[in-house]
Design a protein around this ligand. Structure first.
Ligand code: ADP
Length: 285
């Protein structure tokens, strides 16, 4: 087999994608996701490139239909792009078998959803330990106590989710997302169901997780040599203001960004973008 310079060859002789960039937790290269075929096809993602270093907090915003959910699904290996490559923690996930993807999601990704998604019949501690259980790892109760303490719920380990407030339930979900020391935590509208004060508490916890190294790295004792890496989809400028950078999606591509903006700055940028996208949609109609 002849090796071309700069590319490695797979057994079937197709050139393999170049290796992931070192130091990045999330990398997307030319990611496209098309729904349907022919003239009626929808290009939900129309060529997305992204490089997020470890230990960073990124918010993704955009008008309804701009591709936020599709982006999150493709970036987290819940959906396969039609073209392009996704790397998580240095591993290419595009083209992985469903079994390997499931395994990777369980052991190396954390998820926080708008609706908390805790199992009501399990205790708080059991919910937090669930990712370790599903990944076939030791259910380390000390580790559960540690992450519950980090989210301020050390005394709630034996409670059931139904006995907690919405904000407390979302803090359990954050603890659950932290427990494996994942490469990336994906958060989908994590404050959508919370009031402003409680939302700020939850965002403060995510911010703290990003800012605080807790160990020797993902997978090694469940901590981070850098802080955690968080990618959060939100429509709330106040939530996005907790991030290091805000990226704006419009019509399936990143249409700009903002470093550490205030809620007002982010809202203003969103308004401009939405007006421009609306004008384009109007012109196309
Ligand atoms: P957002 O989360 O920003 O509202 P989505 O990622 O849900 O945007 O959708 C982006 C585009 O893709 C929209 O035009 C939407 O209608 C379309 N879309 C999303 N999912 C599907 C699907 N399963 N089938 C067809 N079109 C879809």
């Amino acid at each position: 087999m002849r090796l071309r310079s700069g590319t490695r060859q797979k057994a079937d002789d197709r050139p393999e994608a170049p290796a992931a960039t070192p130091g990045l937790a999330v990398e997307l290269r030319g990611v496209r996701r098309r729904y349907g075929r022919g003239p009626g096809a929808v290009h939900a993602l129309a060529g997305v490139d992204l490089a997020l270093p470890r230990g960073t907090f990124t918010a993704v915003m955009g008008p309804s239909g701009s591709g936020k959910s599709t982006f999150l699904q493709c970036a987290a290996g819940l959906d396969q792009p039609s073209a392009g490559s996704v790397y998580l923690g240095g591993t290419e996930i595009t083209g992985m078998s469903e079994n390997r993807l499931t395994e990777l999601r369980r052991s190396r990704l954390g998820f926080v959803f708008q609706a908390f998604n805790l199992l009501p019949s399990l205790t708080v501690e059991q919910n937090v330990l669930l990712p370790l259980r599903l990944a076939g790892q030791r259910q380390d109760r000390r580790r559960a106590a540690e992450v519950l303490a980090r989210v301020g719920l050390a005394d709630k380990a034996r409670r059931r989710p139904g006995e907690l407030s919405g904000g407390q339930q979302q803090r359990v979900a954050v603890a659950r997302a932290l427990v494996t020391g994942p490469d990336v935590i994906f958060a989908d509208e994590p404050t959508g169901a919370l009031d402003t004060g409680t939302a700020a508490e939850v965002l403060g916890l995510l911010r703290h997780a990003v800012d605080t190294p807790t160990g020797s790295g993902p997978q090694a004792g469940g901590g981070y040599a850098h802080g955690a890496t968080v990618v959060m989809v939100t429509h709330d400028p106040a939530a996005a203001a907790w991030a290091d950078q805000v990226l704006f999606l419009a019509d399936g591509t990143f249409a700009g960004g903002l470093e550490r903006g205030s809620a007002e700055q982010i809202a203003a940028r969103m308004a401009t973008l939405t007006a421009r996208t609306g004008a384009m949609a109007g012109a196309a109609a």
